[in-house]
Ligand binder design. Structure first.
Ligand code: GDG
Length: 735
């Protein structure tokens, strides 16, 4: 029987605290969303995991830990503190994590601190985590890493544990490429590579997934097909998993006696009037200043509301050692003072301000005791407060005013959505919310509640784990399998026994190595001899299947009794027949537009050039400066995606140092399968090195052997390490 797996959760902070009284230790666990999600996931996962271990920075020291472990061996079993020296801890946490990544990823690049010492410390701390985890890792463990403080960790783990199952989830936005690229080259490359060490990378929204995929494509050159990113040797999935909350916990809190009691107290703030509520950590991303200015605008424009509305503003202390946070507090308090001073009356204060954190019951009382929740971050990965407010309104009363910049806006479309930088919109949003008919409040809340109830935090964790599992299966299918002695023998035996053999051979990079210019790869004597030998056996049908144009291939190989398929299937000549072309037409206007884009890149990238084919255009950058060629190729792909619209049946192929645009539906897969169907041989072998050969592998995998030349992962069943293995293999097999 298989041993049950262990789930290893990794986050910057451990969710455990250690209290000591008279030498006796007690553990307590914080009640954050992630903690309750994972706890209930463990309970509901029907024994898929035997244990949960949690790695993170600890609030306690090593001495206390040693003592606590002795006293509480069972409770401490899953607690895995990672002890970080103080100087590193500060540079990692307050430095690179919260003064570089946090502002940068939240679109505050002017706040971004560029400090190489901070980066080094960040790197070191990630290494310390990797070391701690790898030391305790057991085969079969599933590792789930969380958030921006540990972006490098997945790759560091991958190096130590090549086969481990590693998931990564980022709780903050992933910025657009234009913002991300502003980071120094070393950082941006390492951060992306770091994340790609995992098997599954999760984000809150589809936009973040697309931003990440674009940065990966532009900076590292790895393409994504649907949700799969293909690196040199692994397939990684990136997808959205909008984090949610424990719906029932918040919904049930409505009936808790303590919550009801506190709610009555809150109502006393303004017994006759309405209450607006907000709670956030003190953070410049949360849009507190604009929120207050928007409220100020509302008061300026709506004197009839004086005395009839009060803003219950709770701000939770956070990261106060960082300068920017200290500044925010000062500015915020000035604003509160100004508004209360300007509009306040003897018996009415427009804002009741508290700078502290609330306990859970107080929080729920505040959610259920308000008329409007005003949540206006200028950027927020998701924003759980908005979901918690919606979930706690079991009475179906209340209105959510929500910034369209919060990740949660994608799911909470029935809220009053506002642009958090537009004071008029905030002001109008407040008015709309305060005057919204009850029927409409209920209708909106009902729809939003249903959504959160269905995709709650348990579902979120479950969804992530299921996909993590699936991606491992996908990788196993794509895993490289070298043609070793056993397979070699199996193929040779099958070849010998067969009555009708069909060989599909790619040309460049398979039969002949790449040359500086395409015309230089004329077949040498050895290749010609091999093809002659293969075709002299009447049992063999040889097809050379290439992306090259028909004229060249005809000139080089036309004299042989073989099938020639050129331009990935757009034209073909079967043995003893004439050339035939596809009826699909590469429209002249499209061709001009594509040519224009490619030509721009020829100017921008010395030594690159365009190859014109009947059914395709190809931009080659093999001879260009390596870095520049690569960068320009990413830019070209990007601009091609922009000009090619849905009405143009064209596809962009990112080949081996070549970007090609050709007709969709014309590919080596369709061509090879068609030829196979005509003859239906009993020994089929297809071989190729390029991404375009993947279509051929997929089309023939069910009927024969497929071999990828190179060690990149592929849909082919087997791999040759490199081109030098190709000719000897065929020379041997053909006797
Ligand atoms: C990050 C991302 C993403 C707040 N004050 C009190 C209190 N809270 C609880 C809330 C909520 C949580 O803290 C705050 O979550 P948010 O999502 O609103 O914001 P961040 O802290 O910035 O979280 C964010 C999140 O990660 C999850 O992925 O949504 O975008 O920035 O649960 O209830 N809880 C109590 N007292 C308080 O005073 N008890």
């Amino acid at each position: 029987m298989q041993k049950p797996k262990r789930l290893l959760i990794v986050s910057n902070r451990l969710p455990y605290q250690l209290q000591e009284e008279d030498g006796n230790f007690k553990f307590s666990m914080s009640s954050g969303g992630l903690v309750s999600a994972l706890k209930s996931y463990m309970e509901n996962s029907a024994g898929s995991f035997s244990e949960m271990h949690w790695y993170g920075n600890a609030d306690f020291n090593e001495k206390e830990w040693t003592e606590a472990k002795k006293q509480l061996p069972e409770e401490s079993a899953g607690v895995k503190p990672v002890f970080i020296p103080k100087n590193l801890k500060e540079k990692h946490y307050s430095g690179f994590s919260n003064s570089t990544l946090w502002p940068h990823f939240h679109y505050f690049p002017t706040f971004t601190k560029y400090d190489h010492d901070d980066y080094k410390a960040y790197h070191k701390v990630n290494e310390l985590f990797a070391k701690a985890i790898a030391e305790n890792y057991e085969e079969g463990d599933v590792i789930w890493v969380h958030d921006y403080q540990l972006l490098l960790l997945p790759q560091m783990l991958r190096r130590r544990l090549p086969d481990a199952t590693i998931g990564f989830f980022i709780h903050i936005p992933f910025p657009s490429f234009e913002i991300f690229r502003m980071l120094p080259r070393e950082w941006r490359e390492n951060l992306l590579e770091g994340m790609l060490g995992s098997d599954l990378v999760g984000f809150h929204t589809n936009d973040y997934v697309l931003h990440f995929q674009k940065s990966v494509r532009m900076i590292l050159g790895y393409e994504s097909k649907r949700r799969i990113i293909q690196t040199e040797n692994r397939a990684i999935r990136s997808d959205l998993f909008p984090i949610s909350i424990d719906f029932n916990l918040f919904n049930k809190s409505f009936d808790k006696p303590q919550v009801k009691k506190l709610k009555r107290k809150i109502a006393n703030i303004n017994p006759e009037g309405k209450i607006i509520f907000s709670v956030d950590r003190l953070d410049y991303t949360k849009g507190l200043q604009n929120r207050l200015r928007g409220y100020e605008r509302f008061l300026q424009e709506n004197p009839d509301w004086y005395g009839k509305v009060t803003f219950n503003l709770v701000v939770v202390p956070s990261r106060d050692v960082i300068k920017k946070y200290g500044e925010s507090k000062r500015k915020l308090e000035e604003l509160v003072g100004r508004i209360n001073g300007t509009f306040g009356q003897m018996d009415w204060q427009p804002i009741v301000y508290q700078y502290r954190s609330l306990d859970f019951d107080e929080l729920c009382a505040a959610y259920t005791g308000c008329d409007v929740a005003l949540i206006t971050p200028v950027r927020d990965g998701m924003n759980l407060v908005s979901k918690e407010f919606v979930a706690s309104r079991k009475d179906l009363r209340g209105v959510l005013v929500l910034s369209e910049m919060a990740g949660s806006a994608a799911e909470l479309g029935e809220a009053v959505l506002i642009n958090p930088t537009d004071l008029d919109e905030i002001s109008m949003g407040i008015k709309r919310a305060l005057t919204m008919p009850i029927m409409m409040q209920s209708r909106n809340l009902e729809i939003m509640q249903e959504r959160i109830r269905t995709y709650d935090v348990n579902m979120w964790a479950h969804d992530f784990m299921t996909q993590l599992n699936q991606v491992k299966t996908l990788q196993a299918n794509k895993k490289i399998r070298e043609v070793g002695p056993i397979i070699r023998k199996e193929m040779t035996d099958a070849y010998e026994k067969a009555e009708k053999r069909m060989l599909f051979l790619d040309y460049d990079g398979t039969l002949m190595p790449f040359q500086r210019e395409p015309y230089m790869a004329r077949p040498n004597e050895r290749v010609l001899n091999l093809l002659e030998k293969l075709t002299s056996d009447p049992k063999n049908i040889v097809t050379v299947i290439s992306g090259r144009d028909k004229t060249t291939l005809n000139e080089w190989l036309g004299h042989l009794p073989i099938n020639l398929v050129t331009e990935h299937g757009a034209a073909r000549r079967l043995r003893g027949e004439d050339w035939k072309q596809t009826e699909k037409i590469f429209n002249k206007e499209w061709r001009q537009e594509i040519y224009h884009q490619m030509n721009l890149h020829v100017h921008r990238c010395a030594k690159s050039f365009i190859e014109e084919k009947t059914f395709a255009l190809a931009w080659h950058y093999r001879n260009a400066d390596k870095d520049l060629g690569f960068l320009r190729s990413r830019e070209l792909i990007d601009s091609l995606y922009r000009v090619i619209n849905n009405n143009m049946p064209l596809q962009v192929i990112d080949g081996n140092k070549v970007i090609e645009v050709r007709m969709t539906g014309v590919d080596k897969g369709s061509a090879a399968r068609e030829i196979f169907e005509m003859e239906r041989g009993d020994f089929i072998l297809a071989i190729g090195d390029d991404r375009t050969d993947e279509d051929m592998f997929k089309a023939l995998n069910d009927v024969g052997y497929t071999i990828k030349v190179g060690t990149e992962s592929s849909d082919a069943k087997y791999n040759f390490a490199n081109i030098t293995e190709v000719l000897p293999f065929f020379e041997k097999i053909s006797g």
